[in-house]
Design a protein around this ligand. Structure first.
Ligand code: SF4
Ligand code: SF4
Length: 366
């Protein structure tokens, strides 16, 4: 039977409009919700809701009021100097907890270590025990990402890994292809725990997301019980082909393309959607000739971080987060150590880090 994905118009974050849109989604999909649900937003950065980096708090507020109680809200942000309380306050989730009965919960406590074999490489990583003690209502933000091209429902589950090991995991996967494969297998590990996925696509981010791209208005909520199906539909809305989004290409190769029925409003393709700079790199790396004889050259076609020293406020968040210890305290990037994970680019709230094509990529890529 086809898996249903609902697309419902939601013009802005007015609470009544968001409530009506969510109620329509529930009518269309008829989900059954237990109590003790964990709402898992995208809390990538301590940004205010208007910046379109994090899941909008009004969506969490509405859900906290209509789902069976108690409801919990939790995500593990990147390992920075800022406290979790600062993230909750800035993203608007503390206000949600104040207005409703929702309880904010940290994912940094107890965790369970899992092992996955990713293309012959054994990787151990912890997942917060909260993820296994509560049914998860997954609430991603519709954004671009330089390693996964899009960050949607499947990628949002990466936040269930506590912050410090989450950063370090990037050193296990310096190749984007491996990281994308990990995202697929992490999803398969957690799939049974996800009871529902609802993508905040009212305001989205394209270009060089997930934190410093271009904010756009789209005006939809996109939802379904199956995260992979929701992600396939969002990719269609972005006007991208599955082959352009590496984790979905890998998912389709490994587990097959699911049968999907779209219900609700007729989706519009986002006009002039800008994929991140890395999309050209992935395109060329996937040309068969590059995957073999010229693989070494293909691996040097990268998007690399560059610090804009005139805009830098020397907060050292990039220095602290870099999993490869490639950034010195005087803010120089050691290109030999850098694994191009772009964690520094994501963490810089001052837009003082840019991404640009590597030396070789400048000559080869458009
Ligand atoms: S580049 Fe950004 S994150 Fe790094 S020190 Fe400067 S302002 Fe802070
Ligand atoms: S410098 Fe930036 S892109 Fe390079 S490894 Fe460190 S965090 Fe990742």
């Amino acid at each position: 039977m086809a898996e249903k994905v609902a697309i419902v118009k939601c013009a802005d974050y007015d609470k009544n409009k968001v409530k009506r849109a969510i109620e329509k989604i529930f009518e269309l999909l008829n989900p059954d919700f237990p109590s003790e649900i964990l709402l898992k937003p995208n809390m990538l950065s301590a940004r205010t809701p208007d910046q379109a980096v994090t899941t909008h708090p009004v969506i969490l507020e509405v859900l906290s009021e209509i789902l069976p109680r108690p409801v919990y809200i939790g995500d593990s942000p990147p390992n920075t100097q800022k406290t979790i309380e600062y993230y909750w306050e800035t993203c608007g989730y503390k206000e949600v907890a104040r207005k409703t009965d929702a309880q904010l919960i940290k994912l940094e406590g107890k965790s369970t270590v899992f092992n996955l074999n990713i293309s012959g490489r054994n990787v151990s990583f912890p997942v917060s025990d909260v993820a296994f003690s509560k049914p998860i209502f997954n609430l991603p933000k519709f954004k671009t990402h330089n390693i996964t091209i899009l960050t949607l429902a499947m990628k949002n589950l990466y936040g269930l890994i506590p912050s410090y090991p989450k950063g370090l995991l990037h050193t296990e996967f310096p190749e984007p292809e491996m990281f994308n494969r990990f995202i697929v297998e992490l999803y398969k590990l957690l799939e049974q725990k996800i009871i529902f996925n609802l993508v905040d696509a009212v305001e989205i981010m394209d270009g060089n997301g997930p934190a410093s791209g271009r904010k756009r208005h789209y005006g939809y909520l996109i939802a379904g019980k199956n995260a992979a199906c929701v992600d396939f539909v969002c990719t269609f809305c972005a006007g991208l082909k599955i082959g352009q989004v590496p984790f979905l290409r890998i998912y389709a190769d490994l587990y097959g393309m699911p049968d999907i029925e779209v219900v609700g409003d007729k989706p519009e393709i986002i006009k002039n959607f800008q994929a991140p700079s890395s999309s050209f790199v992935f395109k060329i790396q996937n040309i068969p000739v590059f995957s073999k004889a010229l693989k070494k050259i293909a691996d040097q076609l990268n998007i690399i971080p560059v610090i804009k020293h005139n805009e830098c406020v020397k907060c050292l968040e990039c220095y602290r987060i870099c999993p490869a210890k490639a950034i010195s305290k005087d803010l120089k990037i050691d290109r030999k150590k850098c694994i191009n994970c772009l964690c520094c680019f994501e963490v810089c709230t001052h837009r003082a880090i840019n991404v640009k094509k590597s030396f070789l990529a400048k000559f080869i890529l458009p």
